[in-house]
Design a protein around this ligand. Structure first.
Ligand code: 8DG
Ligand code: MG
Ligand code: MG
Length: 149
């Protein structure tokens, strides 16, 4: 109950993207009640009627100003993430996409949502920053590798 109204707790769908530049991925340090100060992928909530590809491209554009190559995007995996320890518990089914920037993009991310992120940068997959946002940390620890073979 909040303000006399019952809040329905439902799982939501998030789409995030491993944007690759060679062996480097784009990460940003979060400013959020969920995972504050941890390094996470660009991404956000799937909107009604959107494909995973459309959502990944839209979130990347909104958050960094960069354009992904929509034709080369692939779905890598899906994980189930329950944030039960947060002040406002949440539950995300997180869809992990992989992509590369569109031809001609200069690879320079802008920090377009500075209240949600400290800034974006490229990090070598073999030398990731710490701490990672825990859904990502969990994948790394399991041996998951987003780089193409
Ligand atoms: P929006 O309003 O733009 O749709 O959402 P956002 O403000 O961009 O949401 P977000 O927190 O960036 O992403 C939504 C949820 O996705 C986040 O609360 C938890 C889940 N999520 C993961 N892993 C990752 C990740 O690596 N990066 C991001 N950005 N979100 C992730 O489970
Ligand atoms: Mg967003
Ligand atoms: Mg986001």
């Amino acid at each position: 109950m909040e303000n006399g109204k019952t809040i329905a707790l439902v799982p939501r769908v998030a789409v995030v993207v491993f944007l690759l530049r060679g062996k480097a991925v784009l990460l940003g340090r979060r400013r959020s009640s969920v995972g504050d100060s941890t390094f996470a992928l660009p991404g956000g909530h799937l909107e009604f009627g959107e494909s995973f590809e459309e959502c990944a491209a839209r979130e990347l554009k909104e958050e960094t100003g960069m354009d992904i190559d929509k034709k080369k995007m692939e779905l890598l995996t899906v994980t189930n993430n329950v944030f039960s320890e947060e002040p406002k518990p949440s539950h995300y089914v997180t869809v992990f996409m992989r992509g590369v920037l569109a031809d001609g993009d200069d690879h320079l991310p802008q920090n377009l949502e500075p209240t949600k992120c400290d800034g974006w940068d490229w990090y070598d997959w073999a030398n990731l920053p710490e701490p990672l946002f825990w859904p990502l940390e969990k994948m790394v620890k399991s041996g998951f590798n987003p780089l193409p073979n």
